[in-house]
Structure formats: C-alpha cells, structure tokens
Design a protein around this ligand. Structure first.
Ligand code: C2E
Ligand code: MG
Ligand code: MG
Ligand code: MG
Length: 266
C-alpha cells in the first residue's frame, strides 16, 4: 500500500541524509583539526626570470598530510576551508610554516598564498603586522599571493591591510589573474607589485590568437599600473618564448621546476 512505500522511501531518505550529514560533519571536524595541528607540508616551486632563466623567488604550496578525514587534494582542502569560514586559520598556519622556511632562505623570497578573505580580517592583519614588526628580516624574505577566488566584501579592511603591508615593503601579487569575476575589482582595490596570469591563458596561447590578444592586453594593463607580470603553468620552451614576446617578465611551471623541497635543504 501507499503508506508502506512512503514509509520505506522516507526511512531510506532519512538514512541517506543522516549518513551525508554525518560524513560532512566528520570531514569538517577533520579539516578543522588538520589546520589546528598544521597537518600539512610545503612544496616549493621556482618562479624564474624569463630573460635569464634564473630563479627569482619560490611559491610555497601546501600539501595535506595523508590520512585523516581532511581532503588530500590541496585545492579541495583550500576550498573546503573557505566554505567553512576557516580561511584565515589556514592561511595563518601556512604562513607560519612559510616563515620558518623563509628564515633559512638565502637571497630569495618565498611567496605564501592567502585568500582575499584573510586580507579583510583585522585580526589576521594585526597578527601579520606584529610578526613583521618583531622580525623585520621577513619583509625581505616573504611575498604574498592573493587569490581572487573569494569575493572581497569589506573593501575598507582589505585596503587597510594592503596599505599597511605596502608601507612595510612586503611585495604582493594577485594570483590567477583573469580566472575570476573579481579581476578588475582586485586590481582597482589592491595596489600590488605583481600580477600572475592564470595558467588557462598560457595553456591555450600557442594555438589561440584570442588568448594571445588577451594576454597582451593584461600585460599592457599591468605595466600601465606599474606592476610586473608572472605567467604560470609554463611547460615548454615554446610557451616561455611566447610569454617573453608578449612582454611577461617572470614565469612559473614545470619547465622551470615542479613543486618540491627548497634547494640546498632536503
Ligand atoms: P595556484 O596558487 O595557482 O598554484 C599553482 C598550481 O599550479 C599548483 O597546484 C601547481 O602545482 C600547479 N602547477 C605549477 N606548474 C604547473 C604547470 O606547468 N602545469 C600545470 N598544469 N600545473 C602547474 P596545486 O599545488 O595543486 O595548488 C592548487 C591551488 O591550491 C593553488 O593554485 C592555490 O590556489 C591553492 N593553494 C595551494 N597551496 C595553498 C596555500 O598554502 N594556501 C592557500 N590559500 N591556497 C593554496
Ligand atoms: Mg599561487
Ligand atoms: Mg596561481
Ligand atoms: Mg592557478
């Protein structure tokens, strides 16, 4: 009878939903704990001058430790942290690890990725400025890459953070430029030293005149604002040559090195 079917369906749905909620809850708790315990490693990828091929600086990329409930893929890890409102906690944990590496780095900077969300957090800003004030050496060893994946809602707070960091001389970079909807807004709002063109444009540049035209105008735009340009995901000499021709100063990608340990320190 109908009541029987409905009851069975309801029971099944209930069971499925409970399972789903329980799983999501476990994952969230696992991620929170993984961040609190800094359960990740860092991999470093070189960013090279396109004219000399020499390493200009490194980008630190987080690698979740295997095991536990948190996602293994760094992008998933970061997105879930953002969705759970844990961006500032994650970015701070990563930044502390990056600082530990940066203290040992000789004549090079290490870029840490931070979410636009962290930039608008007054407590994140306070902690970062306090760190730079007690350890001025870090100003010469660090750089920040600001991802435009998340919308900046509080322009005032984000602007304050950027101004304070610029005053201290910390270089800033807009990451994945051209990938999101906030691109122009970020450029307007944040005075930065570098703009990193999203890998998707680089990947298509060789075969697509349209992508080359867009890259050329992004380079124009950046240079007009006194900003240097980095291109990510450069995998071949051909792509490097093309980016050089288009006026890009720095390149990152497998051609120059995969993410790995910092050289000279296992
Ligand atoms: P991203 O900041 O744009 O980092 C570049 C990504 O491109 C990295 O992936 C890197 O491994 C990959 N890549 C580098 N060279 C090449 C290449 O030549 N070809 C191709 N196809 N890919 C290349 P990864 O490490 O999986 O990171 C993915 C994203 O996760 C990052 O993109 C960044 O948005 C985020 N992320 C990683 N680490 C952190 C972190 O510590 N904090 C924050 N907030 N986000 C992070
Ligand atoms: Mg980055
Ligand atoms: Mg990038
Ligand atoms: Mg990217």
């Amino acid at each position: 009878n109908r009541g029987g079917v409905a009851a069975v369906v309801e029971a099944g749905f209930d069971k499925g939903l409970n399972g789903f909620v329980a799983h999501a809850y476990t994952r969230a708790a696992g991620l929170r704990q993984a961040i609190a315990d800094s359960r990740f490693r860092l991999a470093f990828q070189p960013i090279a001058s396109l004219s000399t091929g020499q390493t200009h600086h490194y980008e630190a990329l987080m690698r979740p430790e295997p095991g536990g409930e948190a996602p293994q893929d760094p992008q998933q890890f970061v997105l879930l942290a953002e969705a759970l409102g844990l961006s500032a906690e994650l970015d701070w944990a990563v930044l502390r690890s990056v600082c530990a590496a940066a203290r040992l780095a000789r004549n090079t900077r290490i870029a840490a990725n931070i979410s636009g969300l962290s930039l608008q957090s007054p407590s994140f800003r306070g902690a970062l400025l306090a760190l730079l004030d007690t350890e001025p050496l870090l100003v010469d060893r660090l750089m920040l890459e600001i991802t435009e994946s998340a919308e900046i809602e509080n322009e005032t707070e984000a602007g304050r953070s950027v101004a304070a960091l610029r005053t201290r001389g910390l270089p800033l970079c807009i990451d994945d430029f051209g990938a999101g909807a906030a691109t122009f807004r970020y450029l307007r709002l944040l005075r930065v030293d570098y703009v990193k063109i999203d890998g998707a444009y680089v990947r298509h540049a060789r075969r697509s005149e349209k992508d080359r035209a867009i890259i050329a105008s992004m380079v124009d735009l950046a240079h007009g604002l006194g900003t240097q340009v980095v291109a990510e995901h450069i995998e071949t000499e051909e792509e490097a040559g093309l980016m050089r021709t288009l006026g890009v100063e720095l390149g990152q990608g497998w051609l120059y090195g995969r993410p790995g340990p910092l050289p000279g320190r296992g």
